[in-house]
Design a binder for this molecule. Sequence first.
Ligand code: HEM
Length: 496
Amino acid sequence: MADLAAILDEPVSWTAAATDADLRTFLSDLQANILKGHGRSHAAHLFLTFDGMAPGAVAALVRAMGAHCTSAYAQLLRNRRNPPYLDGGPVRCFFLSARGYRALGPHAGLPAGEAFAAGMAARREVLGDPERARWDRVGWRDGEPDALILLANAHPAAVTEDLEIIESWLNGTGARILVIERGLQQHRRFRPDADPEGVEHFGYVDGRSQPLFLREDLDRERQALAAEPGGEAWSPAFKPSQFIVADPNGRTPHAAGSYFVFRKLEQDVRGFNAAEDALARALFGKPTAQQSDRAGAMVVGRFEDGTPLTLHDGERRQAVPNGFTYADDPKGAKCPFHAHIRKTNPRGDIRRELKLPDDAADRAPIMARRGITYGAPRPMSADGSEFADAGREPQHDSGLLFMAYMASLEAGFEFTQRSWANNPSFVGNLNPAAGRPSTGVDPVIGQTATAAERAHRYLDGHTPGAVPKTLSFENFVHLKGGEYFFAPSLSFLRSV
Ligand code: HEM
């Protein structure tokens, strides 16, 4: 019999579960969306408070909701591609914050961890977050959520219908909805013959780079990587134990769950676009369209269509590569050290800088990202390839609902935000002996009160003879609400 630790030690094969009873109990007890993103383009996230409810009433609510939650196994069995998007019916997930566990009183123990116990708002100083007084007024400023219900579907009307049923059921339970955040994944078609890709509101392909711990996803990715010139220099294979832990309240030997971060990140798209244009002018004088694209890519680390900046323009292809490292770019000449994707996944930079024997320090903080955009979709050109709102781009009320699963909040999200994104020394001058200038904070998500830490060094190594320049980039992403949750096993939810 394979115990949970053995299952979490190797990428999980869901097709093998048909003949492996241990795998089947594991997958039937784990919630959907962890092993693989739900992939639906429409979602609703309901944040609840149990204030005033007795522990028994909270337990009854959790049991009732648990009966309707989707298991990982059901998600994987039902998934189907309804070109170009993913479908397969509704996905429903349920999460509890530390407050939610406490509201259950004697019915449940608190999952481990200082950050989880404290909650996101209390970790403000660790994360460099703005004060709660600057979060969204509705739902986020006054109440703290005890639970989150996530409803996802390929069709918006189906999400609305599910939402209405849940809202009327909640009415009789004593729980109160603090706020509902709707998610709507925006897409963009970069090539006429290719499927549209999910993009975030600044216009860049998002969700491309993921740690893979589902065997079938990994095999598919490895086939694609075999066709890439660099092959699999950066391995997408991760142990499930980096994202999934035993559920302390589980009722089966294979009961597992995952820590979950939710952050509502508002994007000032007009401000970001103007800053990208100003950066292009500062770098290239009168920039060509290609140079303008490159300036933006120096902030993000990928071009809008997802092509990594560390590759050359000529290397742009239909499939967005993800097996690359920065081994050929040790000075940040092709892709600056400060670029968002290099800050949040250094792909071996730490190993090289600190002369470590392996990539463990580079790989340990990687999370399973499951975000979706929110707010009105930006208007598009008729062929869906370009945005058609120049000068009228949204500044408020739209952005990214950043979500991610991990085995440790401290080692995953908090480490990435604090020690990588907010750390001006990371990674370009981690090693003082190298005598390099400061890297600066991540220009997309870095949070600092020090203006100098928003100054970055740009060296256009793609253009022969280019001279490095130090230029500042403002912060256009603002935290408007968020919380830490745990996604418990279904056996707990259904029998608490
Ligand atoms: C990748 C945008 C917030 C961590 C990306 C990519 C884009 C992007 C365009 C490249 C696509 C991909 O590789 O999947 C944004 C925007 C954000 C945001 C606009 C806020 C509004 C965050 C936050 C974190 C984060 C809060 C973590 C603290 C990552 C990671 C990657 C990534 C780990 C993958 C890097 C890689 O593996 O190469 N993001 N992101 N992002 N982002 Fe973000």
